[in-house]
Design a protein around this ligand. Structure first.
Ligand code: GRF
Length: 196
């Protein structure tokens, strides 16, 4: 498969998947990174590894209609013959036409057990804060297909971890991130096996 990563931040999940590609645990190739933020860590990872990068954000294309703006993504995806889109901390909604074209071929990772602790505003450290505040004893990761609503697509995989009595949001984030890095590429591999 040709994979396109969408990322807006640090890119540690991008890096973990890239490691799996490099060590041949995955047969796929990461052909493209799309980011709305040209300054983010994920862009550096792409540059350091000779992965093509496209900076696409609404401000840059403010004169375009929504449909035309979707076209900018579709053109880049087509150019690289992309089979699967893997969201790694991408902070924007996926454009409608892209969702249509890549139905069931866009996946995301969420740092909690959906359908709890998801939806608008539930990203980054906010998720772990909410988990601690709720007093639940387990958290974890959810890997799911992406649809038009935040965090609501069909769940592919979940793994849980303990929330410890003395955890704060940062210690919990660290534990959850370990699971993300451990399992995201495995889910990509299971999709490879489906023969995308
Ligand atoms: C991760 O916690 C992921 O679950 C969420 O965004 C964060 C991205 O982290 N969707 P990174 O940029 O991969 O380090």
């Amino acid at each position: 498969m040709n994979i396109c990563i969408f990322a807006s931040g640090t890119g540690s999940n991008f890096n973990a998947i890239l490691k799996a590609v490099k060590s041949k645990k995955l047969n796929s190739k990461i052909s493209l990174l799309i980011s709305n933020n040209p300054e983010c860590g994920a862009v550096n990872i792409a540059k350091n590894n000779n992965i093509d990068f496209e900076n696409i954000n609404r401000k840059k294309y403010s004169e375009l209609t929504d449909k035309q703006y979707s076209g900018v993504f579709l053109k880049a995806l087509k150019k690289h013959d992309i089979d699967l889109i893997v969201l790694c901390g991408y902070m924007k909604m996926i454009e409608k036409e892209v969702l249509k074209k890549y139905k069931n071929r866009i996946i995301n990772i969420h740092p909690a057990l959906l359908p709890s602790f998801g939806g608008k505003g539930m990203y980054g450290i906010n998720v772990h804060k909410a988990v601690i505040a709720a007093g639940v004893k387990v958290s974890g990761i959810t890997i799911h297909y992406v649809n038009e609503n935040y965090d609501e697509g069909k769940i592919i995989f979940q793994k849980c971890c303990e929330v410890k009595e003395d955890d704060d949001e940062y210690s919990l984030q660290k534990r959850v991130l370990k699971l993300e890095h451990r399992y995201y590429w495995e889910v990509v591999r299971s999709l490879e096996n489906l023969g995308f």
